[in-house]
Write a protein that binds this ligand. Structure first.
Ligand code: ATP
Length: 213
């Protein structure tokens, strides 16, 4: 995403882009050419006023009784989300979760790819999973080039911070943290924290507290 585009689109809108993109791509593949904000709203669970405001930032003006041109939106999203440019990702910690990611490797999405993985377990080092080579963590600094800008962390929480420090020193820009550890990083590094057990507990809590039926 260019700086110019980033300053023009508010962060909250930018966060919804992948959601819109995924849904519109499926509509497009099923042969649809246009979509109304009401239809989109129902599908992505964002209210239609917000969708209209978001889309006005993209220069897409819906026409009454016509809706939005899907192809126009997709072209815009692809450019904005850098879908044409491959983001190279590394994964650290090839345990149960890490192995699942290596096998999955975001193949439906051709803009991201896990290029390499690291672990300290000697039985894993030198092998590959899902075509992704696994190296020893000692080789992190020599193996990782500047083209790898994102890391997925699936190591035990106790080692997450020292590994993060090494990643930061190596110039990583973003970390998807699957460990429960709260990581300290400088301001220029973005961390997204995903704690699956908390997400699951939170879902169960909401189901109990605010049942939908
Ligand atoms: P999960 O289901 O959370 O992926 P697991 O139970 O399979 O985990 P963990 O003990 O959480 O295993 O470890 C995840 C992986 O991280 C293992 O493959 C382990 O060898 C690896 N690991 C442990 N310490 C380090 C470290 N310091 N650097 C890199 N990898 C590590």
């Amino acid at each position: 995403m260019s700086d110019e585009q980033q300053t023009k689109i508010p962060q909250a809108t930018a966060k919804r882009l992948p959601l819109y993109y995924r849904f519109l791509k499926n509509l497009y593949l099923s042969g649809k050419q246009r979509v109304s904000s009401a239809e989109l709203s129902e599908a992505v669970k964002v209210d239609s006023a917000t969708i209209r405001r978001d889309f006005s930032y993209f220069g897409a003006l819906g026409k009454k009784g016509y809706g939005y041109n899907i192809q126009y939106l997709l072209t815009f999203f692809r450019r904005t989300l850098d879908q044409d440019e491959l983001t190279k990702v590394m994964l650290i910690g090839v345990g149960n979760l890490g192995t699942a990611f290596l096998n999955y490797n975001f193949l439906k999405n051709n803009s991201t790819k896990i290029e390499m993985a690291f672990d300290i377990e000697t039985s894993l080092v030198g092998s590959d999973i899902g075509g992704v080579p696994i190296f020893h963590l000692d080789e992190l600094e020599e193996r990782v080039g500047p083209e790898v800008s994102v890391a997925i962390l699936t190591v035990p929480a106790s080692v997450a911070q020292p590994i993060t420090d090494r990643l930061v020193a190596k110039g990583i820009k973003g970390i998807l943290n699957f460990t429960p550890a709260r990581l300290n990083v400088p301001d220029h590094v973005r961390i997204h924290h995903i704690d699956l057990s908390i997400e699951l507990q939170s879902l169960i809590y909401f189901l109990k507290t605010y049942p939908l039926d």
